[in-house]
Design a protein around this ligand. Structure first.
Ligand code: PGA
Length: 242
């Protein structure tokens, strides 16, 4: 299992330092891979404190160019320099608040792969799309466009299924819905890239209380938002995954 904590726009550098030091006091078995994705400003301190530990870190977003006149953006080259292992791409908040398209997601994934940073491509349907029976076709369209012509080799490629209606709402998808979506994502990606291996994380209101129930067939770990802001909650989700 892989458990990634997405802090979103939370925690100052001082708060990040306290959190990471506390998390490092917890002892986790190496069988579970763990990472945090803090805001850009906390990446440097994360790199310093997590160096040589089993806990990895990454970013929540990036641009696809290496450098240039792109005010406000951060490049994969810069993330690599800081030691980032992962980078989220196409999180639903990026898509819905900042208008990110599947094409942008694809270009970011290409740029990250070029710098050997592992993209975590997020996909998911809105409640309206689910209620009108379009969940699977939306996933299909997002994946087809975002993963088109990526050079994946036989490396493990990580995706996250995050139903938009389950993010930060306390509404969790039902185990059969999760299983159907995860199995569809894996099959679809395999059809597109037969040699690659795919891991699909579930994200959307994951808590220590519900993680057992939603760890169904096809779930390769969790992308945890709100619950990853507390060392206690995040650690108990990690412990369940070991
Ligand atoms: P949540 O967020 O756990 O707070 O629902 C998950 C995410 O957006 O990655």
């Amino acid at each position: 299992m892989l458990v990634i904590g997405n802090w979103k726009m939370n925690k100052t550098v001082a708060e990040a330092r306290v959190f990471i030091k506390e998390l490092l006091r917890e002892r986790f078995d190496k069988k579970c891979s763990v990472g945090i994705v803090p805001s850009f400003v906390a990446l440097h301190i994360a790199g310093e404190l997590l160096e040589g530990t089993p806990i990895g870190f990454g970013a929540q977003n990036c641009y696809f160019e290496d450098q240039g006149a792109f005010t406000g953006e951060v490049s994969p080259l810069m993330l690599k320099d800081l030691g980032c292992k992962w980078c989220l791409v196409g999180h639903s908040e990026r898509r819905h608040i900042f208008g990110e398209t599947d094409e942008l997601v694809r270009r970011k994934a290409v740029a990250l792969l070029r710098h050997e940073i592992r993209p975590i491509v997020c996909v998911g349907e809105t409640l309206e799309q689910r209620n009108s029976g379009k969940a699977i076709s939306i996933l299909s369209a997002q994946l087809s466009r975002a993963l088109e012509s990526l050079d994946l080799g036989n490396e493990e490629f990580v995706l996250a299924y995050e139903p938009v209606w389950a993010i930060g709402t306390g509404m969790v998808a039902k185990p059969p819905q999760i299983e159907e979506a995860h199995n569809f994502i894996i099959e679809h990606c395999k059809r597109m890239h037969p040699k690659a291996n795919f891991r699909v994380l579930y994200g959307g209101s994951v808590t220590p209380e519900n993680c057992k129930e939603i760890a169904v067939n096809g779930v390769g770990g969790f992308l945890v938002g709100g619950a990853s802001l507390s060392v206690e909650k995040f650690s108990s989700i990690i412990r369940f995954c070991i």
